[in-house]
Design a protein around this ligand. Sequence first.
Ligand code: SF4
Length: 290
Amino acid sequence: MIVMAEHAGFCFGVKRAVDAIEKALSKDNHEVWTIGLPIHNPQEVERLEKLGLKVAKDYTEIPEGSKVLIRAHGESLEIIDKLIAKKIQVEDMTCPFVKKAQNLAAELSEKNYHVILLGDKNHPEIKGIIGHVKNNDCEVIADENEAEKISRHSKIALISQTTQREERLSKVAGILTKKTAELHVCNTICKATSERQDSARELVRKNNLDGVVLIGGRQSANTGKLRDIIQSENINVLWVEDENEIESNSDWFKNKFEIGIAAGASTPEWLIMNIKSNIAQKVNQGGIHS
Ligand code: SF4
């Protein structure tokens, strides 16, 4: 038996950006670029590249006269200004939830708050938010331990990466309360993330599962968070990117009769369906039994 998580796959922000890329590729006469991968899912990137999308490692690679779609993770103001100065057409598809975090970072740093970002300092979303802070003057912390090391400031603004967990934000806020007389906490965790996290938790708690197949790109932060949540419920997780990995992990399915499926916010529907039918074939062929 296969049970799907209620909320799985593309979130609103990613779907909006991917739809815009497809539309630009079908209508525009000029080259269509993104800076960095448009989505943390290699199979979906490959599909878009086949349609003509070009992915630049850096904005300097993009030729004058082309079009750039800013991906859902967003971009720094400096890079957007440089693109415009190079006469490159910019279509900003930053997810509105990320935009909210960027705007708060800009606004609160202007009001002389010391901005602390809770998230992964190497993630493009955090880099883009840093690029909205006045003079890029902020600190990025990953967890409670790093929050303890923050020195005292007269005013602190805490802003979270959209994929953070609520529990961690609350704990970090509790620690930072002791470091300032004025703490402004911005809960910029997006609903799509918490919906997928709650769905994964419910999937495990409401069903008597033998394991969960988690579908998503290995670079996807929100898929990584789903894995942590499922594992914290003491359930075995098989994290796969495509249907080939179902085949190459046949042993994992032995003695597993009830399988749950969860998917990160950057996993396209077509890929979930492919993988689901591969798992179903195994069930039907008795492949799930040892
Ligand atoms: S996970 Fe949330 S913030 Fe990130 S792109 Fe999707 S909807 Fe936007």
